[in-house]
Design a protein around this ligand. Structure first.
Ligand SMILES: Cc1ncc(COP(=O)(O)O)c(C=O)c1O
Length: 447
């Protein structure tokens, strides 16, 4: 047993991991990265199909970002942002993010240290906003089944994944969930041609049932990530936005996965011309080089918080490391790279290529569904494609594929029986070919 494996078994406790049932190959300890690949402590180099956790947009090993962080740390390691103080890197980054999100009318940036924190910020901001307007009763949040918004208690309450929630009940009161646009397995057993966007219209029905005067916001990922990489049908988000506006409900776009090029647009919201009230960023804001989250809001929300000292209108929230200068410096250079190398356009072109290649696998009977947007794609495995019959859970089909892929030097993370694709946007076409060829061999061998 390697020294590192022993340390893992001795005293380490990993997130979302059954520590009592590790396989021979686990843990996969990664010691370095370059482009779309990472190298393990055993000296094996893998293509990282997952992009870390949907975030390594500019790829691994960018010395430029490391240098920017180093320079920032030498100049100023950290300083508080509370009570009228600030650091230069955070101010500059806020300015840049707002100008990037001009089409969405974003106006202010509130920093945090990651996705859950940035979502928590959005949820608390929403509640206080309505109180500031004198609408104490407007506090509920509508979200969707299968949504993933994080693990802190507010973010978890918005999350719609039962396994994540069930051990921590009771959660925060006031969260409601509607069905997601999972067209391959429509929750209403409807057909996309004739469904009339029932899942979006459900928002209106739920609002009327709850009473819009009690509902503060709707929150959603433009393309669902952890819930199965679900691309909504055209019209879905327009309908959600229309309903939010009609009933004066804030629209929160959780762009933690979809922002900064992942879907082939700078922000996922742009595919459907969404103009949310709040946008939440993390992950690819720094491509993982530093922990950082950002909650952006429009002028309408921000101005409600303005008043005189002592009136108590300020946003009563904030964490020590929010807007850490080293993280903001990493974000700055990361954004430079995304823009200079045209990575948004790259994601669109490579995403189309990947999707076309994956669609080529649909003749294999265990491939039920293939879909995607930019470099965010799904392949759902089924026992019988004609009837969409799932594999029995105990067969662990998704996990088996990912285990076999390790033999091809490929890391891919399954979500149940859905294989997910979200590689660094710098992935090479030849690497995409290698991934799809390996899948063809593995899945072809299952027949
Ligand atoms: C859409 C979405 N929102 C929020 C989060 C939470 O982010 P974090 O893990 O940085 O807390 C995630 C994490 O995967 C996510 O996918």
């Amino acid at each position: 047993m390697s020294e590192l494996k022993r340390y893992y078994e001795d005293h380490y406790w990993a997130p979302f991991t059954q520590m009592g049932d590790l396989s021979e190959e686990e843990p996969l300890v990664v010691v370095s990265g370059d482009g779309a690949t990472v190298t393990s402590d055993r000296g094996k180099t893998y293509i990282d199909v997952h992009g870390g956790l949907w975030l390594a947009n500019v790829g691994y090993g960018r010395g430029r970002i490391a240098d920017a962080v180093y320079e920032q740390m030498k100049q100023l390691s950290w300083f508080p942002s509370f009570d009228g103080m600030a650091n230069e890197a955070a101010l500059r980054l806020a300015q840049r993010l707002v100008s990037m999100a001009d089409r969405e009318n974003m106006n202010r940036v509130f920093f945090s240290s990651g996705g859950s924190e940035a979502i928590e910020t959005a949820l608390k901001m929403t509640r206080q906003y309505w109180r500031l307007l004198g609408k104490q009763g407007k506090y509920k949040v509508i979200s969707r089944n299968r949504a993933y918004h994080g693990v802190s208690m507010g973010a978890l309450s918005a999350t719609g994944i039962a396994d994540n929630r069930k051990h921590f009940e009771p959660l925060v009161p006031g969260f409601r969930h509607i069905q997601p646009p999972y067209c391959y397995r429509c929750p209403y057993d409807l057909d996309i041609e004739s469904c009339g966007l029932t899942c979006a219209k459900e928002l209106e029905r739920t609002l009327l049932f709850e009473d819009p005067e009690t509902v503060a916001a709707f929150i959603g990922e433009p393309v669902m990530g952890a819930g199965g990489m679900l691309v909504p049908p055209d019209g879905y988000w327009q309908e959600i936005q229309r309903i939010c506006r009609k009933y004066d409900i804030l629209l929160i776009a959780d762009e933690v996965v979809t922002a900064f090029g992942r879907t082939g647009e700078m922000f996922g919201s742009r595919h459907w011309d969404l103009v949310p009230d709040i946008m939440v960023f993390a992950k690819a804001l720094t491509s993982g080089y530093q922990p950082l989250g950002a909650t952006l809001v429009n002028e309408k929300i921000f101005s409600a918080y303005l008043g005189k000292y002592g009136e108590g209108r300020e946003f009563s929230h904030g964490t020590t490391y929010a807007g850490h200068p080293a993280a903001c410096a990493a974000a700055w250079t990361n954004l430079d790279i995304i823009e200079e190398e045209g990575l948004v356009e790259e994601a669109r072109a490579k995403g189309d290529y990947l999707l076309e290649k994956l669609r080529g696998l649909m003749e294999i009977p265990v491939v039920g569904d293939v879909d995607g947007l930019g470099l965010m794609a799904r392949l759902e495995l089924v026992a019988d494609a004609e009837n969409k019959t799932p594999f029995p859970a105990e067969q662990r089909s998704g996990s088996r594929v990912s285990e076999e892929l390790l033999g091809y030097n490929i890391i891919l993370r399954p979500l149940g029986d859905t294989l997910t694709f979200s590689p660094p946007l710098v992935i090479e076409y030849g690497q995409i070919d290698r991934i799809v060829d390996a899948l063809a061999k593995i899945l072809g061998g299952w027949m």
